[in-house]
Design a protein around this ligand. Sequence first.
Ligand code: AMP
Length: 306
Amino acid sequence: MSLVVVGSVAYDGVETPHGKVDRILGGAATYIALSASYFVPSRIVGVVGDDFAQEDLDFLSSRDIDIQGIERVQGGKTFFWQGVYTPDMNDRTTLRTDLNVFADFNPRLPESYRSEHHLFLGNIQPELQKNVRAQMPHVALTGGDTMNYWIKDFRAQLLDTIREWDFLLINDAEARQLSGEQNLRRAAAAILEMGPHTLIVKRGEYGAILFRRDCHFMAPGYLLETVFDPTGAGDCFAGGFIGYLAGQGVGVSTADLDVAELRRAVIFGSVMGSFCCEQFGPDRFRTLRREQIDARYREFQSCTAF
Ligand code: AMP
């Protein structure tokens, strides 16, 4: 059983108060799959140009990530994103977004991916997200991400797409924008009327809140001593969350969903987001071991129990 992940595969240029890298492996699908791969084998769907390095594909393959679904466009260039962070690293400015081959991305799942049961739809055009889900007739748990651009300019398509999802994972500003409610609790209630039975609101370094109709669960962010680069932290949260659930075989129907498992998944999400920030780009995942993840998970338990 594997997790299918769809989204951007990119090169990023990143500047934080700790340094600057001109070109490093990035992309939402890259981070989600790397993070999830500690819990479940992952199968990635994306598009790259012929400038995409073999060593980056090899890195993904070495982590139990199936790269058969990465389409390589001859003569095309890989998606490039560049950003600079504020001194407290809670905010960033996008300096450049070159969509390149990503502009014509029309994900088609390899035959071997279609029978999988767990799907995470990274931030791409809502209609494409909907098409991907339709290619997986046996899907038991579907969730995804979106962004301000789709909420503002593609609202009808987005609503039609998330109607079919089990969970939506967005940040607090996006939850307010999507619902039109400033109060987070009211925003969550409104979003839970749109289709998903579970909503996870990411709050950057402050953690995340999981909302369901009848309950909510608040998880803090892990207090790191040094944050080198927050790029991809939200995606790694997503990878930890769905990866844990997929690894446990959680899904099927709302009635079967064990809320305790959802809570554990939120903590694994926070843990994976925190590791991501410890080095530039996805570099932390070159050395991170599962025992370290489990140790930080236990640390979370001890510093939140009362
Ligand atoms: P995060 O920090 O979790 O928001 O994820 C950052 C990653 O998202 C980077 O590696 C970028 O390559 C990727 N990214 C940035 N902008 C977009 C976009 N418009 N669509 C898809 N992926 C993007």
